[in-house]
Design a protein around this ligand. Structure first.
Ligand SMILES: [Zn+2]
Length: 355
């Protein structure tokens, strides 16, 4: 990992501090899910209730779902509900597609796209990838949204903020940076996760810090300046957390990052951020998203990603795929790639009422 700021690198003391923090924390999600969790390699384990874990629908907001893959537990800590306007957010997708797949849209004709953070737990350590929409708003041309439930969801899961040892961003758009920092009683900003190291790709941080990116950029005073005080930057291929590597998949934003999580048994989970916004783009990777910064670069990144996603023992997590956030990519007999949601146990219902 590199750190080209004036800020201290992840120090041995910080690592120790994080380890101590997690060692003393309760394993809330583990406890909450102990008798009710999904397992990717055993999709229908008999639980006390013998209820099968289920996949959700694409056209509703995500429940708080958890999936165990080998020695890693993943939990979607939902913060926000978003309904994206198909024409405004995905102008490259022809209207015929939605007419032919009406079940992909909400009753109001929009794309259900939740936002939040992915909690990654291994042993006593906790990594949170992205932090939801928070109090940010969506440009009305893109859709409607309401966020701010992230900390409430963590509390319901019995996961203290202080037990998160690392926060890593896929990219710096407002629906992924919402609960990064809070205002204290003296109106000073402070990290929402006080013991966590905050990580972002160097290739993402630079253009945002130089104010070269305006689309989707977070508040300067509420996010960028506080982040500048604590940020640790990394490069493509770096191991940013034990068993988690950064794969820069640019185009949606300059340094947009996929996190590749390795689990026991040779299994992998790709957290591909906003490289795809809806499963139709898995099948038609030539359909970019409206907010993409560089479409040609996105298409190249998607080719790279699809090659990895269709490899054996590979699962994926998608922030915005309705209530189908966990899945795998499978090629059918014609070679067409498709998103197959995998069962993941719902621990809590979606936490936000949008209207
Ligand atoms: Zn997003």
């Amino acid at each position: 990992m590199t750190d080209r700021t004036d800020h201290p690198k992840l120090s041995r003391r910080a690592t120790l501090r994080a380890a101590l923090a997690t060692a003393t924390a309760t394993t809330g999600v583990l406890a909450a899910a102990a008798s009710a969790h999904g397992r990717a390699d055993d999709p229908h384990p008999p639980g006390p209730t013998h209820r099968r874990p289920r996949t959700g629908a694409l056209n509703v907001q995500s429940a708080v779902r958890t999936l165990t893959v080998g020695d890693v537990r993943l939990t979607y800590v939902v913060d926000a509900a978003m309904e994206l306007d198909p024409a405004g957010f995905l102008p490259a997708v022809p209207a015929d597609h939605w007419r032919e797949h009406p079940g992909d849209l909400t009753p109001s004709g929009r794309i259900a796209a939740s936002a939040g953070g992915l909690l990654v737990e291994r042993g006593r350590r906790r990594l949170l990838i992205d932090v939801g929409l928070g109090g940010n708003v969506l440009d009305p041309s893109l859709g409607i949204a309401r966020g701010g439930a992230l900390l409430r969801t963590l509390r319901a899961l019995k996961v203290p903020e202080r037990s998160i040892d690392t926060v890593a961003f896929t990219h710096l758009h407002t629906d992924h940076t919402g609960i990064g920092f809070l205002r204290d009683d003296h109106q000073a900003t402070r990290p929402a996760f006080p013991r966590a190291d905050y990580l972002v790709a160097d290739r993402e941080w630079g253009p945002f810090w130089r104010r070269e990116v305006t689309v989707g950029a977070p508040s300067w005073d509420e996010f960028m300046v506080p982040l500048s005080r604590v940020v640790h930057r990394f490069d493509d291929g770096d191991e940013i957390w034990p068993g988690v590597r950064a794969l820069i998949t640019p185009g949606h934003s300059p340094g947009h990052t996929t996190y590749v999580i390795s689990a026991t048994g040779g299994r992998r989970i790709l957290v591909f951020g906003d490289a795809f916004h809806t499963p139709a783009q898995i099948t038609r990777p030539d359909w970019p998203s409206g907010p993409d910064t560089d479409v040609d670069v996105v298409l190249q990144a998607r080719r790279t990603l699809l090659a990895s996603l269709t490899a054996p023992r590979t699962l994926a997590f998608a922030f915005h795929f309705g209530d189908q956030a966990f899945g795998r990519v499978v090629r059918d007999a014609t070679g067409t790639a498709r998103w197959h949601p995998v069962p993941a146990r719902a621990l809590l219902p979606h936490p936000v009422r949008l209207t």
